[in-house]
Ligand binder design. Structure first.
Ligand code: NAG
Ligand code: NAG
Ligand code: NAG
Ligand code: NAG
Ligand code: NAG
Ligand code: NAG
Ligand code: NAG
Ligand code: NAG
Ligand code: NAG
Length: 529
């Protein structure tokens, strides 16, 4: 078994001195004992196992371990024809990727040609192990968590800032034992533990995505992929990043880039709506521009007149703009139902079930985990409101629908730092080039970030998926699917500059996969040699 000691990147001296304490080395792996598990609605059978991994990789003499739940969908081909497993991670941070495997196992398998087992796991902080939770119940969280969008009035920015201080203190007190063990560098090491335990070629094949809907999450999977590649460039066979985070801005808590395509995505929502009035009751014989302005006018009214609900909550500017509208711009398949809810609100009736995403598909992972991981990763000690204001201003300027999303204030006031943080510059040359995919209009991980990362990792190729929303599988494209399959099965990259059309459209009743899957199967490909 290989050990991790050759990669000692990214640990600030403050936290831990590399020379003094080598990281926990991988123990001889006894493999993974897979057992069938019951998920009645899974598109393909799923196997489960528990893997024991070091609790704290920076504590060399600690033998404490934790349990990492792992899951897989097996390759379609027989054992002898299998290629190495692909490790899959979804978004968040804070999402449990098991849901993706349950709902999308068949698509993940089709997109990789059926040659690979698809393995996923419940990352630290999210599942039962080390669950990052700051509040005893949902009501306390509703009161204690800063609003998602924070410029509803001229006092809102200051109030969000102050609430972020309280939130940071609450989490620091609630998570003072294991809150610093859930950072991305440790998750990267967990992934290498899985790779070792799989007992294949000792190399990672990685695919990130975001299929289940998670509130304010980014495609954290790409950040994780970027980090694992930065830490272990010589242990990564293939890596596909889809919905790409700018890792420099993420780690610096200076995310000015993330929202730059949000307005264009919202324009796409309005355009798709008026072009498909049969599934979009908001259309009402308006132009896309008129619809957009009528939605903004309604939001302005909400600023002054929040709507009390019979359930005892408020539908206010922040909730509707942030949790109903902005967050769901990521998921074109939900646009018809979002339009219906918005229409009901605008005509004075009260829709039910307004919150982030389609909660029916989200496992009960803690919303605090998102910040526990993201803010713990960042290198922002003692940021002041004066430091953060220019970031907020630059996000607000030119980002009408999403500019006010206020995450920088939360991370600026975070008290728990991850024990290990990657501080390298990502300028590495992986064993094989990475495949980087960006959507044309993604409200949270814009194409410009994908371009940045493709220029950072030596040899990688950028593919543009010509779609709205966040990540590619949500709006199927035969062209993209074939590129992904050729990458994993044959190690072939698309031509630089490739742009793939999608085989569906916004406000279609379908995500296009029922059409694309058989077409993909009709053109099978073979691995090399
Ligand atoms: C499975 O799907 C059915 C029908 O959609 C649904 O009623 C049921 O709750 C689902 N079960 C699980 C465990 O998700
Ligand atoms: C993994 O461990 C948990 C308890 O920690 C247990 O509930 C679960 O059944 C185990 N799963 C497997 C596949 O052994
Ligand atoms: C690890 O070793 C150091 C010094 O040898 C000791 O001070 C510390 O308590 C040990 N920690 C654990 C968890 O055993
Ligand atoms: C963690 O918080 C608990 C409860 O507030 C407290 O009793 C304990 O002393 C704290 N532990 C540390 C290491 O600060
Ligand atoms: C839609 O608007 C156009 C132009 O304003 C108008 O001519 C047409 O009658 C309208 N149709 C309906 C169904 O209201
Ligand atoms: C309000 O909007 C909802 C959702 O589109 C629709 O079902 C309902 O009929 C509308 N009510 C009125 C009074 O227009
Ligand atoms: C942050 O502030 C604390 C308390 O004032 C101080 O002890 C610490 O050194 C500061 N950290 C940095 C990186 O400036
Ligand atoms: C917030 O909104 C006010 C108007 O309500 C505006 O003047 C200000 O520039 C906005 N941005 C910030 C960061 O406060
Ligand atoms: C990527 O983004 C970072 C942070 O914005 C910037 O400093 C860097 O120059 C960019 N790299 C490329 C290749 O565009």
């Amino acid at each position: 078994m290989r050990s991790f000691t050759s990669q000692l990147l990214g640990v600030p001296l403050l936290m831990w001195t590399a020379s003094a304490s080598p990281l926990h080395t991988a123990r001889d792996s006894a493999g993974i004992n897979w057992t069938p598990c019951e998920f009645p609605n899974a598109t393909l059978p799923i196997q489960c196992a528990n893997l024991s991994v070091p609790l704290d990789y920076t504590s060399s003499n600690s033998s404490e371990t934790m349990t990492l739940p792992v899951f897989r969908v097996q390759a379609a081909v027989d054992e002898g024809s299998k290629k190495g497993s692909i490790l899959y991670n979804c978004g968040g941070p804070g999402a449990d990727c098991l849901n993706d495997l349950i709902s999308w196992g068949d698509v993940l398998q089709a997109s990789t040609g059926g040659y690979h087992d698809i393995v996923t796991f419940t990352p630290r902080g999210t599942g039962k192990t080390l669950k990052f939770n700051c509040f005893p119940d949902d009501l306390s969280r509703a009161l204690g968590m800063p609003a998602l969008v924070g410029n509803a009035s001229d006092v809102a920015v200051g109030e969000t800032w102050a609430k972020s201080i309280l939130y940071g203190n609450t989490c620091a007190a609630a998570q003072n034992k294991t809150g610093n063990l859930i950072g991305t560098a440790f998750v990267a090491r967990d992934m290498m533990q899985i790779v070792d335990a799989l007992q294949e070629d000792g190399l990672l094949r990685y695919w990130d995505h975001m299929l289940t809907t998670v509130d304010v999450g980014i495609s954290y999977g790409t950040l994780l992929g970027e980090t694992v590649l930065g830490m272990f460039p010589d242990r990564v066979d293939k890596i596909l990043l889809d919905g790409v985070v700018n890792p420099f801005q993420y780690y610096a808590n200076l995310e000015t880039e993330t929202l730059v395509d949000a307005d264009a995505t919202f324009e796409g929502f309005c355009k798709g709506c008026v072009e498909n009035p049969d599934v979009c009751p908001l259309a009402k014989n308006q132009t896309a521009e008129q619809l957009q302005e009528s939605i903004y006018t309604f939001l302005e009214q909400l600023r002054l007149n929040p709507i009390p609900t019979p359930q005892g909550s408020l539908l206010d500017y922040s909730t509707v703009k942030g949790a109903l509208l902005y967050v769901n711009l990521k998921f074109p398949s939900l646009w018809p139902s979002i339009a219906k809810k918005l229409d009901a609100l605008m005509n004075g009736s009260l829709p039910t079930g307004i919150g982030g995403g389609d909660s029916s598909t989200v496992s009960p992972s803690s919303p605090d985990a998102l910040y526990g991981i993201k803010c713990g990763d960042t290198f922002t000690e003692n940021q002041t409101l004066e430091d953060v204001l220019p970031i907020l201003e630059s996000r607000i300027n030119g980002n009408r629908i999403a500019g006010e999303v206020n995450a920088p204030s939360i991370c600026a006031n975070w008290k728990i730092r991850a024990k290990e943080r990657y501080s390298g510059d990502f300028r590495v040359k992986p064993l094989n080039p990475a495949l980087i995919i960006g959507n044309t209009y993604d409200p949270v991980t814009p194409l410009v970030s994908a371009r940045n990362v493709s220029e950072t990792f030596e040899g990688s190729v950028l593919l543009q998926h010509d779609s709205y929303g966040h990540t590619t599988l949500m709006q199927a494209s035969l062209c993209t699917a074939k590129a992904i399959r050729a990458y994993f099965v044959r190690g072939e990259l698309p031509q630089p500059g490739t742009k793939c059309e999608i085989d569906t459209f916004p406000f279609a009743r379908t995500n296009g996969w029922d059409d694309v899957k058989p077409r993909l199967a009709a053109e099978p490909i073979q691995p090399k040699q």
